[in-house]
Unconditional design. Structure first.
Length: 434
């Protein structure tokens, strides 16, 4: 069935290209008043066709042999191989009686149409679906030796090359080379660092493969059921920070460690919520542990509760069953942003009935792509104010009375978000914007 569908898809795609191509010959012939005797999609071998009709002196049809198509123009020897017409006196409506420049356009019309169609198709695809790029603003780099020598470090987030702020992560190396960069700003932890680029090294950039790889945090998205560790206890959202005592901040760091422990068991230190666990995991003969890592660049869900709320409730992640203290600033990277995934759980209810939820509302913050999204189920949002880590006001937005608001963050790193609700209550939250 799959093969049949693929074959039909190929046939449909070729049919469109053939139709557009032959339409080019047809259009130019009509423009110059050259008679078109037949216009067929697919060949009508033996004079048989699936459908045929006449319009404007031209016979249109769909042949039964799906190997192409043709446009039979009077006074031209084409796919029909009709040479008899060439033995008669030339007529004014025939191809052969027209000037050379017109004949050239008729002959090139098919290719010209294909060229125009390709531009229009690409423009339509870009307009409807856009271009998928890896957003540089929310991803970090994993460097090779040359990048390290130039001052870049694993986990850096490139903010700018001179005055240019790159958006496409996959073009970072090309941007560095073609813009003749003299300095680069990177976010390293909570600090902004300026690197001065030795321009004599720019020529080496062109010949250095994977200078800026995508740094993939070693966070579990799922465990392969057919792999070596389906019953290991690893869960979605677990962050592996070391293997047999060797630090593995990123997925790339784990590869040489796992390669050296093929067909053995290693001890993985795993951060799960506020706890650090030691979980033994098996390594197969290929040096893999059978997990899918969470995609980097996904949204960061950040939540901090106020003291009164924290005294009565815990935050539960329904995808893992873990509960967290609201007095802490909680951050969940690359594991989804659905507010329905998190619930407030009464501390009292947990004493008597594990898992019972209160249904009480909560304010959520979702930080992503330079924006802070605020969701409230307690009362409508009146105002949202964003401060930097030093307490300087960056932006204040009067939201009116809405249940959900989105506010530009204006910068990356640690921020404080103050939310005033319509019931008069005020709440302050700390977030780390990626």
């Amino acid at each position: 069935m799959v093969i049949l569908i693929k074959a039909l898809q190929v046939l449909l795609a070729l049919s469109v290209l053939i139709f557009v191509h032959e339409l080019g010959h047809f259009m130019w012939a009509k423009i110059f008043r050259i008679r078109v005797e037949k216009f067929y999609l697919f060949f009508d071998a033996g004079g048989k066709a699936l459908a045929r009709w006449k319009w404007g002196g031209t016979e249109f049809g769909i042949g039964w042999l799906p190997f192409g198509g043709y446009c039979k123009i009077s006074g031209m020897v084409d796919e029909s191989m009709d040479t008899e017409q060439m033995q008669s006196e030339p007529k004014e409506w025939e191809f052969r009686t027209h000037p050379a420049w017109q004949r050239l356009l008729v002959l090139a019309g098919g290719v010209l149409n294909n060229f125009i169609f390709a531009i229009l198709a690409y423009a339509a695809i870009m307009a409807i679906w856009g271009q998928a790029v890896i957003d540089n603003r929310s991803n970090s780099i994993y460097v090779n030796d040359l990048a390290y020598e130039m001052g870049f470090r694993n986990g850096d987030r490139i903010l700018s090359f001179d005055d240019y702020e790159p958006e496409d992560f996959s073009m970072l190396q090309a941007d560095l080379a073609r813009r003749d960069v003299s300095s680069a700003k990177v976010l390293r932890g909570a600090d902004t660092v300026t690197l001065y680029i030795d321009r004599s090294m720019i020529s080496e950039v062109l010949n250095s493969p994977l200078m800026f790889d995508l740094a993939v945090p070693f966070v579990v998205d799922s465990v392969w059921a057919e792999g070596p560790n389906p019953a290991s206890g690893l869960r979605r959202g677990d962050r592996i920070i070391s293997l047999n005592g060797e630090k593995v901040e990123f997925l790339q760091d784990s590869r040489p460690v796992l390669e050296s422990h093929r067909e053995s068991t290693v001890n993985a230190s795993v951060v799960r919520g506020a706890d650090t666990l030691d979980i033994p995991v098996k390594v197969d003969s290929s040096g893999r542990i059978g997990i899918y890592a969470a995609t980097p660049g996904e949204a960061t869900f950040a939540f901090t509760g106020d003291a009164d709320l924290a005294a009565a409730y815990l935050l539960r992640d329904n995808s893992t069953g873990m509960t967290y203290d609201l007095a802490d600033t909680l951050r969940f990277d690359g594991v989804g942003t659905s507010a329905n995934r998190f619930e407030l759980v009464s501390r009292a209810s947990l004493d008597g009935n594990e898992g019972q939820t209160t249904g009480e509302p909560v304010v959520y913050l979702i930080a992503r792509d330079g924006m802070i999204r605020v969701l409230s189920h307690q009362a409508d949002i009146a105002t949202v104010a964003v401060y930097d880590a030093a307490g300087r006001l960056l932006r204040r937005v009067d939201c009116g009375q809405v249940a959900e608001a989105e506010v530009p963050a204006d910068r990356q790193g640690a921020l404080v978000v103050a939310v005033r609700l319509s019931d008069g209550s005020e709440h302050a939250y700390r977030v780390m914007l990626p």
